[in-house]
Design a protein around this ligand. Structure first.
Ligand code: GLV
Length: 423
């Protein structure tokens, strides 16, 4: 029996549906006397429904209540002083997370891809040489982006899971003399954390800028922008930072600024032009910030909160924690008889683990089973790793041994209940 004045969720939804239908039919009846020829869509008259899912794939991750609450704060104007203060705080938080003192630090309005395009669009001009290390999907993307702006694109290619030695990188850089060399630190499509030490020095020797993607690794695996002589570094909000997708931290050092602010041509994108964005983020030394675009104010609140969580926990603690949970997961996977795709432990990405597709199983069937019976997202490969791996991501808020046990139980259940092919 429900207490007086209380209605069940089902009754409330039925009531809302009935009201929506009534509203729809009234609107349709009045259409004949109105100037509108397209009626309000029935789906828009139903309440928003979002299921709960365990997001144990490569991202986005589940978001802590504190970050969700930050996103629910009242909107303020994108050019109000309070918003500028929040943007200034974000810049400090990014500098800490990237381990840099670069003044030219900001967050893009958009996902990691926006930061990827911003880096390439601003530092490369048509006809210039670019070298891209490809050992998964992200290098493929950067090569395509650079090609679209008319760069002379060279690639260093390995199969997913492969990595490049500093000797191989130096050989290719000395041959192609690129203005920009791109490397993915956290290759989420293969589950690889690429070594970075020494590459910044090679880039300086040949006057190339060193661009690094840490979308899947920031906060989960160590990276030191200044110490490792990385000229441009970017990440996304939705992985170990565990904010919703939609903002992307990026930082440029003095070398990168020299190149991008001394161009002969304008970057192809107005939205991503750093001459405007540096002013919008208060980085160009001018007394006033001008209107450029309307930033995602709620996304900035969330990003600020997620960077605050990282600052409170401490980067080293966050790296240690991700590694510890990853090792626990790796052991559990091996105990289930599964094989890890990246053999060398030190090259494994702690945030996204790749499992070789188990013999005689259909990976799609396993993942569909896990989603259906455990409301849990794990994913297959991406780009060149499709059909090679299944991916389990435990990052940020999701990074715990408790969640690793949940993921392992779901996999064990799927292995028991999904059909094997004949040998
Ligand atoms: C996206 O970032 C992915 O790795 O699937």
């Amino acid at each position: 029996m429900l207490p007086m004045g209380t209605i069940s969720r089902g009754t409330r939804l039925l009531g809302q549906h009935a009201a929506a239908l009534e509203c729809c039919s009234v609107l349709c009846r009045s259409m004949s006397s109105s100037s509108l020829r397209v009626p309000p869509p029935a789906c828009m008259l139903r309440p928003l429904e979002v299921p709960f899912r365990y997001l144990f794939g490569p991202g986005p991750s589940n978001v802590p209540p504190r970050v969700l609450a930050a996103g629910g704060r009242p909107i303020v104007g994108h050019m109000h002083p309070e918003t500028y203060q929040i943007m200034n705080d974000i810049k400090e938080g990014i500098r800490y997370a990237f381990q840099t003192t670069n003044p030219m630090t900001l967050a893009m309005s958009g996902s990691g891809h926006t930061a990827m395009e911003c880096a390439v669009f601003n530092t490369v001009e048509p006809g210039e040489s670019v070298l891209v290390a490809i050992n998964g999907v992200w290098g493929e993307r950067v090569a395509e982006i650079a090609e679209r702006i008319g760069a002379n694109v060279h690639t260093l290619v390995k199969a997913p899971g492969g990595y490049f030695t500093n000797e191989e990188i130096e050989k290719a850089i000395s041959k192609h003399r690129p203005v920009l060399f791109f490397l993915t630190h956290g290759e989420s499509s293969a589950g690889l954390a690429h070594p970075v030490d020494g590459i910044g020095d090679i880039c300086r020797k040949y006057n190339s800028l060193f661009l690094v993607d840490t979308v899947a690794s920031l906060g989960a695996a160590p990276i030191f922008m200044d110490k490792q002589k990385i000229d441009i570094l970017y990440t996304g909000s939705q992985k170990a930072l565990n904010a919703p997708p939609g903002t992307a931290p990026i930082s440029f050092n003095e070398r990168a600024c020299q190149k991008m602010f001394n161009r002969k041509t304008k970057p192809v994108s107005y939205l991503l032009d750093m001459t405007h964005l540096s002013n919008y983020w208060g980085n160009d030394g001018k007394p006033a910030r001008d209107y450029h675009h309307t930033g995602p104010v709620s996304g900035f609140f969330c990003l600020r909160e997620s960077l605050a969580i990282l600052a409170e926990k401490g980067l080293e603690d966050s790296w240690r924690h991700h590694r510890e949970v990853a090792e626990y997961l790796w052991k559990g996977l091996e105990d289930l008889g599964l094989k890890l795709f990246i053999k060398e432990k030190d090259l494994r990405l702690p945030s996204v683990t790749t499992i070789a597709i188990p013999d005689r199983y259909e990976w799609r069937q396993l993942l569909t089973y896990i989603m259906k019976h455990h409301q849990m997202e794990m994913t297959g490969g991406l780009g060149p790793s499709i059909g090679m791996v299944m991916r389990v991501g435990l990052m940020g808020y999701n990074c715990s041994k408790f969640n690793a046990d949940k993921a392992l139980a779901a996999l064990e259940d799927a292995l028991k209940n999904c059909k094997k092919h004949k040998a």
